[in-house]
Write a new protein. Structure first.
Length: 284
């Protein structure tokens, strides 16, 4: 799986806590109803079947708010869980427990939703040889976390931003003056260690790419499965192939059976449903 920097986790979770508690870090309701010296134990439990992600992120909300928490984690990110299964037990100051609850659930629920959805796509592709990957269609400020969740679900990560890969899209081609011009400029300036990906919409554009002898990866954008299969045959393993556009869990297997190497899916991160889980106070 991908990894997350502890510095990034702390920065992001602190910002979420401050958003919820204000600059003074006050939970007004808990401060008025719960004595200051009260401790409590809560159980984090799945309410549906799925794949868990983001425990290290969400649970840090408790320890950042108060270092006195004792947290027992019973599973790991990337594990499958069943409805009703206990994920973690949290014991500590009751006020801080209540203050961190929503932030923790928001992170774990969202990231587990991504991991669970990704696992469905991975399962649908099993045996085809193709891999599902994410895109840059992510929530601002949460990209690293969302891509981490994709990896927890068994998916692959595409580029993390504009800074870490060359991907020539239609607007780049238009501004550069054509496919050959864009590829030549990129190949000249990128350096020998940087791979170059280029997007094509038609088989005619693919022919132009292949004629240049440049590039490493070709993105087959919004093509139907018959056209993707023709494109894969034309490439004949000279380039890595990626399909994108209109991909769903229902049609991804048919796309994978064309022989394409990767299938990128924006829906893994931009419109995923939250995973249902709850934090219940243990009264026993």
């Amino acid at each position: 799986m991908a990894t997350l920097s502890p510095l990034l986790i702390e920065k992001t979770v602190r910002a979420a806590l401050e958003e919820d508690l204000g600059a003074s870090y006050i939970d007004l309701t808990s401060d008025l109803t719960i004595p200051a010296d009260t401790t409590a134990t809560a159980v984090l439990r799945a309410r549906e079947d799925g794949v868990i992600a983001g425990l290290i992120v969400g649970l840090s909300a408790f320890t950042l708010l108060d270092p006195e928490f004792d947290i027992s984690v019973h599973i790991h990110d990337g594990d499958n869980v069943a409805a009703g299964q206990v994920i973690a037990s949290i014991t500590g100051p009751a006020r801080a427990l209540m203050g961190a609850e929503r932030v923790a659930l928001n992170f774990i629920g969202h990231l587990s939703g991504i991991a669970t959805e990704t696992a469905k796509y991975v399962s649908a592709l099993a045996g085809t040889g193709a891999q599902v990957c994410d895109t840059r269609k992510t929530l601002p400020g949460l990209r690293a976390f969302q891509k981490y969740a994709v990896s927890c679900g068994g998916g692959a990560n595409h580029r993390f931003g504009l800074y870490d890969a060359v991907m020539i899209k239609d607007n780049h081609i238009a501004i550069a003056g054509g496919i050959e011009e864009a590829l030549r400029n990129a190949a000249l300036l990128a350096g020998h260690t940087t791979k170059i990906e280029i997007e094509v919409d038609t088989l005619g554009q693919l022919e132009q790419v292949l004629a240049t002898g440049m590039g490493d990866i070709v993105l087959l954008d919004n093509m139907d499965t018959k056209t993707i299969a023709k494109a894969v045959a034309m490439v004949d393993k000279r380039l890595v192939t990626e399909a994108s556009g209109g991909v769903t869990v229902e049609n991804i297997r048919a796309i994978g059976e064309t022989g394409v190497d990767y299938i990128s899916v924006g829906a893994l991160t931009h419109s995923v449903r939250n995973f249902d889980l709850g934090l219940d106070i243990d009264t026993e």
